[in-house]
Design a protein around this ligand. Structure first.
Ligand SMILES: C[S@@+](CC[C@H](N)C(=O)[O-])C[C@H]1O[C@@H](n2cnc3c(N)ncnc32)[C@H](O)[C@@H]1O
Length: 447
């Protein structure tokens, strides 16, 4: 297939290019889609369809392959398979697009992209799909396999979630992952409050409402807030409400000394600074030097001065700081990301159980360093954007077993949030709970 630019004015062609880029270069779907929309200034009508086609095809990949399978003879090039998935997605899930128009478009794309025998193959397969219909999923007798194909999650993940959460929660979570994620933002309380932000956005013609659970949050039903003046002027940060929870658990006050061990791009670091009234010392570390500029530019846009950034492996931070020198430490650990599949559906296809195991080693080492650096009477918050036992509750149990001078804090701040269910002092949010990302939070005190 020829390499070409992503946007040539044809939405289906662009969706196909993005899907191929995600597959070939392990690109992140959300970043690539946003970058494409911005770069080519794609108008709102095309933007909606492009997002729907790209996410829909990616989210339902396993289901679409199950539908496609009986119609395929021999081997298909990857791009042809992706074009067929994209087309079957429209035929099965998008009732407003006439099926014959879908077939016609797919054949035109095949003619433009491939050699001359491809277009008749695409035409033949899609016409058979229209004539015969797709096979029912209910006829799959094995329950795990049926859930896997119905929700388009790999069987190992379905099996793991059934073990950890039971069948009903596992199925609800897998279904929820195929819905669009909500667009939420945090209001920068150094510059204004929620009514100020709602009014400022209304003046720009953008309707938003108060968030679901976090007092500082707003929700935008009509999509992105990143291109608004309110955002450029530092009144907002784009952040999911679940992602704000670890900072509430940290319970910071002005003039504290705070360490954020895994800080980039700075969503939580800047919230910490806002909560402290930008008074105190916040040290923001990340492994990757190039990611520090994200924290710095966010802090600048928000008018925050109390954040100091530094790169390096945070597992070795006791070579940099004195033991027991921080009031608060946040370990927002690198994780499998299984709580944010709605935003990055490729995660469910790319992650493996081996990856989870490797991550738990890093998470454990980060927590150990935090233990050494936090003052007695100080607090360490451990959080992840995943829903896996080994990375979450399992990690907490291991940590507690090693240190008898550490205890779990009851997460008092969450008591007032009705939708948030703290269980044994641990918070595990699943995406189906209140519409936020899957997240885990635990807070420890070193006595
Ligand atoms: C979940 S993200 C942090 C998100 C961030 N706290 C926020 O709210 O914007 C995890 C971060 O940990 C960083 N990281 C991974 N391994 C690390 C290590 N050994 N030391 C420091 N940072 C690390 C990654 O580069 C990534 O930016």
């Amino acid at each position: 297939m020829n390499k070409k630019k992503i946007w040539n004015g044809n939405v289906r062609d662009a969706a196909l290019s993005i899907l191929l880029e995600i597959h070939e270069n392990q690109a992140y779907s959300n970043l690539l889609l946003n970058r494409t929309i911005k770069k080519y200034n794609i108008d709102s009508k095309d933007r909606g369809l492009l997002t729907e086609l790209t996410y829909g095809t990616l989210q339902h990949r396993i289901t679409l392959d199950y539908y496609l399978e009986p119609f395929v003879r021999g081997k298909l090039d990857h791009w042809v398979r992706e074009l067929l998935r994209l087309s079957i997605y429209q035929i099965v899930y998008l009732t407003k697009i006439p099926p014959h128009a879908v077939v016609h478009e797919a054949v035109e794309i095949a003619k433009r992209r491939g050699h001359k025998r491809i277009a008749p193959t695409v035409n033949g397969i899609l016409r058979s799909v229209l004539r015969e219909g797709v096979r029912p999923i209910e006829e799959i007798t094995d329950e795990v396999e049926r859930m896997s194909i119905e929700t388009s999650h790999p069987t190992w993940l379905i099996r793991r979630w059934i073990e950890q959460y039971g069948r009903d929660e596992a199925l609800a979570m897998a279904h929820e992952n195929n819905h669009p994620a909500r667009m939420t933002a945090r209001v920068n309380t150094l510059k204004g409050n929620v009514p100020d932000a709602i009014a400022a956005l209304a003046r720009e013609g953008v309707e938003v409402k108060k968030g679901e659970i976090i007092p500082e949050s707003i929700q935008s039903p009509s999509g992105s807030l990143a291109n608004t003046e309110a955002y450029t002027n530092g009144l907002l940060s784009i952040q999911d409400e679940s992602s704000m929870l670890p900072v509430l658990a940290l319970d910071v006050r002005p003039d504290m000394k705070v360490l954020d061990m895994c800080a980039a791009p700075g969503g939580k670091t800047t919230f910490i600074a806002e909560k402290m009234g930008d008074r105190g010392e916040i040290y923001a570390h990340d492994l990757h030097d190039h990611k520090l500029t994200l924290i710095e530019s966010n802090a600048k846009r928000l008018g925050i001065q109390s954040i100091h950034t530094k790169s390096g492996d945070s597992r070795k931070l006791d070579e940099v700081y004195e033991p027991e020198s921080f009031d608060r430490i946040l370990v927002d650990a690198p994780c499998s990301g299984l709580g944010v599949i709605r935003r990055k559906p490729e995660i469910k296809y790319n992650k493996t159980e081996k990856d989870i195991h490797a991550l738990t080693t890093i998470q454990e080492e980060l927590l150990e360093t935090a233990y050494r650096l936090v003052k007695r009477g100080g607090v360490v918050v451990y959080s992840t954007c995943t829903v896996d036992y080994d990375e979450n509750e399992g990690m907490v149990q291991k940590f507690l077993a090693k240190h008898d001078d550490v205890s779990l804090l009851p997460l008092e701040t969450f008591k007032e949030i009705e939708a948030v269910k703290v269980n044994n002092h641990l918070l595990q949010v699943l995406p189906q709970h209140f519409g936020g990302d899957g997240f885990f939070v635990a807070a420890f005190e070193k006595k």
